[in-house]
Write a new protein. Structure first.
Length: 78
């Protein structure tokens, strides 16, 4: 009985998760000959506040950058 655990950062809609479950199940059926009724899949959504990469939380890395006082006076890049 295949058990698949999938972790994603952030969140996904119910429809997106249903599509992932259908796609992964179909792949195991086609490639390994597994019974679709035996395939178990868990999708875990990890908050970007609880996930870090490259020494930084994803929530901070993906946040829009705000202009500082120094940036406002800097020469525009060309």
């Amino acid at each position: 009985m295949p058990f698949v655990s999938i972790r994603i950062s952030g969140s996904a809609t119910k429809d997106q998760k249903a599509g992932i479950v259908a796609d992964v199940t179909q792949s195991l059926v086609q490639r390994l000959g597994k019974n679709p009724a035996a395939v178990q899949i868990v999708i875990e959504e990890v908050s970007t506040e609880n996930y870090g990469a490259g020494g930084q939380l994803l929530v901070d890395r993906d946040a829009p950058k705000t202009l500082t006082q120094e940036d406002a006076h800097a020469e525009p890049s060309r």
